[in-house]
Design a binder for this molecule. Structure first.
Ligand code: DQA
Length: 146
């Protein structure tokens, strides 16, 4: 099983950016968590982060026929990107949306998620653990356990 984890703009700044909202863990900590989760489940977990919308769209398109599931934190593109929504719909790969912070209890402009419309589940406000939950959810779903 191959899972692609996609992270949008400024996720590489974890640990530096707004620790009161996103916590003190660094981007390297996130990469370590993803690697550990992959090892524990004995699956391939690949991570890609970009600050550029088109690069994320390219990566989703490239995932077609290559990955069984996508975990995506589109970051600020969550609230603007119909292009990422369309790319997820185009490839039809089961996708789970993750937000580190609890976007429901933040500014009104964070209440809309375009990519989320193409995702089978959204995990919000669970910090970095949300990524592990998302991978485990896809793992179980793809193994027909949910
Ligand atoms: C975020 C929430 C977004 O609103 C924000 O723009 C981000 C991170 C989160 O993980 O909580 O960059 O996706």
């Amino acid at each position: 099983m191959k899972i692609l984890v996609l992270n949008g703009p400024n996720i590489n700044m974890l640990g530096i950016r707004e620790p009161g909202i996103y916590g003190n863990n660094s981007f390297s900590d996130l990469l370590a968590l993803l690697e550990k989760t992959g090892q524990e489940l004995d699956i391939t977990v690949e991570q890609y982060q970009s600050n550029h919308e088109g690069c994320l769209v390219d990566k989703i398109q490239d995932a077609y026929g290559q990955f069984d599931g996508i975990v995506i934190n589109p970051a600020a593109y969550t609230h603007t990107s119909i292009a990422i929504l369309d790319a997820l719909k185009a490839v039809s790969i089961p996708a789970v949306e993750v937000h580190i912070s609890d976007v429901d209890n933040r500014e009104p402009f964070r209440q809309i998620s375009y990519p989320g419309l193409a995702c089978c589940k959204t995990i919000k406000g669970h910090g970095l653990e949300g990524y592990r939950e998302a991978i485990e959810y896809l793992y179980q779903m793809l193994n027909h356990k949910i």
